[in-house]
Design a protein around this ligand. Sequence first.
Ligand SMILES: *Cc1c(COP(=O)(O)O)cnc(C)c1O
Length: 386
Amino acid sequence: MGPQTRLIRSGMRQPDDRNRPVNPPVERGTTLLMPRAAEMREETNGPVYGLSGLATHDALRTALAEMEGAHFMALAPSGLAAVTLAVLAVVEAGDEVLAVDCLYGPTRRFLTRFLGRMGVGVRWFGPRATPEQAFAEAGERVRLLLLESPGSHTFELQDVAAFSAAAKARSVMTLVDNSWAAGLLFRPLEHRADLSVQALTKYPGGASDVFMGSVAVADPALAARLQEAVDDLGVYVSPDDAYLILRGLRTLPMRLKAHGESARAVARFLESRPEVSRVLYPPLPSSPDHALWRRDFSGGSGLLGAVLRPASDKAVHALLDALELFGLGFSWGGFESLATFETSQLAQRRTPHGIEGPLIRLHVGLEDTPDLIADLAQALDRYPAG
Ligand SMILES: *Cc1c(COP(=O)(O)O)cnc(C)c1O
């Protein structure tokens, strides 16, 4: 069966359930009642407390595991919490994390601030480094390689298979933040990454109204370690939210296809404009990552960057303020188009970012593409062409 069929079928009701709704119920509960005292044992009788999740959580985990080709899934209350959970499941005091220098800002902050206090160090390598160059930066105690492909803000791809192989050869675990691809357009575990994390808040939710994240693993020993971290930290998500994410997953493939097709048209339009110096979107043939994208990804999502010709911040603000269909707001993955000014985020980089002008980010939503292009055209008309 194709990936879309599998996603539609997974975590659904059983064929012998009669006269029941299509979707699993929202099952709420803290206390689980057991018939006899002798059965109050998790080792022999499965979950004895609601904190480990009930039917709605199970259905969502099953569907996500199917999508990512995973043996085990953990759910976390946000995408950021999924990243921090995955990292905390792996590292110990005295370890080092080797991190690509295009990580999502709050992940970067967690590594430097919180993990620093826990006695875990971080080293950074440039998003265009080869695995050999990256590991040349690594210390003796590196335990975890942290990738994000494409990277936040600048959209560089990393060759996950090559990085994972180099990491394995050094007994280092590889974690990929796979939010851009929504767990569907790219499958890190197939490329031998150990952990694939995504912000379900984005495309799986799809409606800008739920926070959640997931961690996927293929190896049973690592799954046990991740479950320990979930138990030790008391990580839990609401079943109502799990229900909404599961509902979103059923339409994820077609929504992503529409976001991707529209984003490609918007990207080509931006490339044609004199105000735009460069468009950062791996599905574009002009992208330096296009060959890798073709090899590894089954499509593009709706998130892209544009480097503008040099001008004042005021000119960039005027451009963004002139947009009528693109809202000004953080996050992405919902049905609506969004725009942000990204340049200030680049200040955190430790390696040269190579961005030659003001950087904006667009999330291309599900509106009609010609309307979005017309909106961008009228806003760009007010920007100096350089
Ligand atoms: C948004 C995002 C996250 C965090 O997701 P939240 O649910 O907002 O915490 C993590 N990684 C990437 C790449 C993201 O874009």
